[in-house]
Design a binder for this molecule. Structure first.
Ligand SMILES: CC(C)(COP(=O)(O)OP(=O)(O)OC[C@H]1O[C@@H](n2cnc3c(N)ncnc32)[C@H](O)[C@@H]1OP(=O)(O)O)[C@@H](O)C(=O)NCCC(=O)NCCS
Length: 175
């Protein structure tokens, strides 16, 4: 078990708004798949970048991605679209943070905006020795932030249940 570098009693807190991050990038022909639409991997990389920046803003520590929940590509993204990724910390455990990312594509000529993806990613903050370290509590203020916090807690519980079940299956397979 890795030692945590702080205790719960001294734990500071930050509002969700301290982690708000927006990235906007115009999609180029080099981002396309063989069909000419934007490659899913390009979008996934940008999602991870935006989410990591939000986790860093919340923790002000180095962070690593420990898990990415399922990612559904609801609508195609086209070359020329302006892709906007909005990320913020939804919920924190002790050393981990769930970050939600919403992706929208704007047709710059018509101004039409479509919601193309949403995803939840979990990051762990690391201290200077590369060990998981405690992050500030997150304080939801708006009704959307409160809803995301509640749903983030449920997703975290579900992830941890799945992790425990997977670990049990692996150790049974080893016996
Ligand atoms: C992230 C890492 C340091 C965690 O190490 P660990 O030994 O599992 O540490 P812990 O058991 O103390 O877990 C740390 C936290 O991660 C969470 N966690 C671990 N595995 C997880 C998973 N698969 N999904 C979600 N959360 C997970 C734990 O619940 C814990 O959260 P909490 O402190 O908020 O309760 C380690 O798994 C690692 O280095 N992974 C590789 C990361 C990486 O290279 N990412 C890609 C490039 S950035």
């Amino acid at each position: 078990m890795i030692t945590k570098t702080n205790t719960r009693n001294e734990r500071p807190s930050k509002p969700v708004s301290a982690s708000y991050t927006t990235i906007a990038v115009q999609m180029l022909p080099s981002d396309a798949n063989p069909m000419g639409n934007v490659h899913g991997g390009t979008i996934l990389k940008l999602v991870d970048m935006a989410a990591a920046a939000a986790a860093l803003r919340h923790s002000r520590k180095n962070v690593v991605t420990v898990s990415i929940d399922r990612m559904d590509f609801i609508q195609p993204v086209y070359v020329g679209n302006l892709l906007t990724l909005k990320a913020s910390v939804n919920y924190v455990g002790t050393t981990s943070m769930e970050v939600g990312v919403r992706v929208e594509a704007e047709d710059l000529r018509s101004g039409n905006v479509t919601h193309t993806n949403s995803s939840y990613l979990t990051y762990v903050a690391l201290d200077d020795q590369g060990r998981p370290t405690i992050v500030p509590e997150v304080i939801p203020r708006t009704s959307d932030e409160k809803r995301r916090w509640k749903e983030g807690k449920q997703r975290r519980d579900q992830r941890l249940r799945m992790l425990t079940a997977r670990q049990k299956t692996r150790s049974r397979a080893r016996e």
